[in-house]
Design a protein. Structure first.
Length: 322
């Protein structure tokens, strides 16, 4: 029989809590904790009434409670465990659970019979069972909590409008790219793209149309770059592209021309047809600097040189022909 839990424990919740700097909100029922502690240390109940109360608590606990024998087979499971694992209690009994060793709090994957994946927090400990030792597991479904954390993490690093990396993610990944370039003695180009006349679109057609336009711009730009290139939206109508492993300034110039050309075709948004152009500024590492913030700033200044030259074109921070 296959184990009910997936083989790998993803990470301890203690580590997760430290990483997020927030304590896990999921804790076993305090009454269960006290009663289970008494059971664990004494090996028997304190009396019929206490045992009956304990049984009621365990059966009605929203936390899944499972006991396995020294061979790892399930010997007890409460109704919450049946709900969590997607199996009737009698289908759990006698099956191997695959509990991890140790008593720390773990985060585990559970695959239900219908194929659904559930993430659970689990706390395990050893308890006496007659003359033998058994293992107690208390589990709680934290799938929704994990999904919420994942969504919040995504929002912290990606622009919700275009799904492109945001400014903070750009800085993080650009620093990594510069570190790689330093080790390989390679060049990196930073292209700063600003849409020409986008403010007019927002002012005359409204922010809803402006948002639709930005989404379409992101799609076109993303289709114009290599799979490994970093394209980010850092705010408003500003986009930044990071190119690694370029061999000369012409490589960056060629990509800038490609981005500008990608936006030349009219944008059809509902009943509105819009024509758009973009200006691109280019900064190179190591010529213009080796720090992420400095390169983005330099590319931004170069972009204004492109706008001053007539818009719909690109410019370096310096004249490459000098």
């Amino acid at each position: 029989m296959s184990e009910i839990l997936t083989p790998a424990i993803k990470k301890t919740m203690q580590n997760v809590s430290q990483k997020n700097n927030t304590p896990s909100p999921h804790r076993p029922h305090p009454l269960c904790n006290r009663r289970l502690a008494a059971f664990r240390h004494s090996g028997h109940g304190d009396g019929p009434e206490e045992d009956q109360l304990f049984e009621i608590i365990v059966r009605h606990s929203s936390d899944a409670i499972v006991v396995t024998d020294d061979q790892g087979l399930v010997r007890y499971a409460n109704p919450a465990a049946a709900k969590l694992f997607g199996r009737r209690v009698e289908k759990l009994l006698g099956r191997p659970l695959g509990l991890p060793t140790g008593g720390e709090r773990n985060e585990v994957d559970i695959i239900r019979p219908e194929g659904d994946l559930v993430v659970a927090e689990m706390l395990t400990s050893r308890i006496p069972w007659g003359k033998k030792q058994a293992r107690l597991a208390m589990l709680r479904d934290i799938t929704e909590w994990r999904e919420t954390l994942s969504r919040l993490d995504h929002l912290a690093h990606f622009d919700p409008l275009t799904e492109l990396p945001n400014r903070s993610e750009l800085q993080r990944q650009l620093r990594k790219a510069l570190s790689r370039a330093s080790r390989r003695n390679a060049q990196v180009a930073v292209l700063f793209l600003d849409l020409d006349g986008f403010k007019v679109v927002n002012d005359t057609l409204g922010h809803t149309t402006g948002d639709l336009l930005l989404r379409e711009v992101a799609v076109r730009l993303n289709a114009s770059v290599r799979a490994g290139d970093l394209l980010a939206r850092i705010g408003g109508d500003e986009f930044v592209l990071v190119l690694e492993n370029i061999t000369c300034t012409n490589d960056a110039a060629h990509v800038a021309e490609k981005l500008i050309k990608a936006l030349e075709a009219p944008f059809q948004l509902d009943d509105t047809t819009l024509h758009l152009s973009a200006s691109v500024g280019i900064a190179l590492c190591p010529q213009d600097g080796v720090h992420a913030g400095r390169l983005v700033q330099t590319a931004d200044h170069a972009m204004y040189r492109a706008k001053a030259a007539g818009r719909g074109t690109y410019a370096f921070s310096w004249d490459p022909h000098d």
